[in-house]
Design a protein around this ligand. Structure first.
Ligand code: TYC
Length: 113
């Protein structure tokens, strides 16, 4: 909180005559946008392959990976993590490349949160 310094034109003689204005500066902290990374279901990618992808690229343990894989299988897609743009882009590229190299049609996409 700050107050403009007293100047010649301010009337401050007598009590209650200080007309200076108090100003409060709100500093808004900027957060970087976040991106959801999602896996999409398909009929051909083996379940074990998807579990492996989730463990390898998203640092999930086996139980967490299996649960998310099942969610994708049943619901069609699931968010597997939320990251900065650069990290999300890298994860999507890694998963798509790994799936392609193993000739599975697994799809991974990102979307602004
Ligand atoms: N639906 C696949 C199957 O029955 C399994 C699967 C799960 C595929 C998740 C993709 O992102 C996926 N083999």
């Amino acid at each position: 909180m700050s107050i403009r310094p007293l100047t010649m034109s301010d009337k401050t003689d007598g009590p209650g005559n200080d007309t200076r204005v108090l100003t409060k500066t709100k500093t808004k902290t900027q957060r970087p946008p976040l991106y959801k990374v999602m896996l999409l279901n398909d009929d051909y990618t083996p379940m074990e392959f998807v579990v492996h992808v989730l463990e390898r690229f998203f640092g999930l343990n086996h139980a967490q990976a299996f649960e998310i894989m099942l969610t994708v299988h049943k619901k069609g897609l699931a968010v597997v993590g939320v990251f900065s743009f650069e990290v999300a882009e890298t994860k999507v590229a890694q998963v798509m490349d790994f799936a392609r190299r193993h000739q599975h049609p697994l799809q991974c996409t990102m979307e602004k949160e």
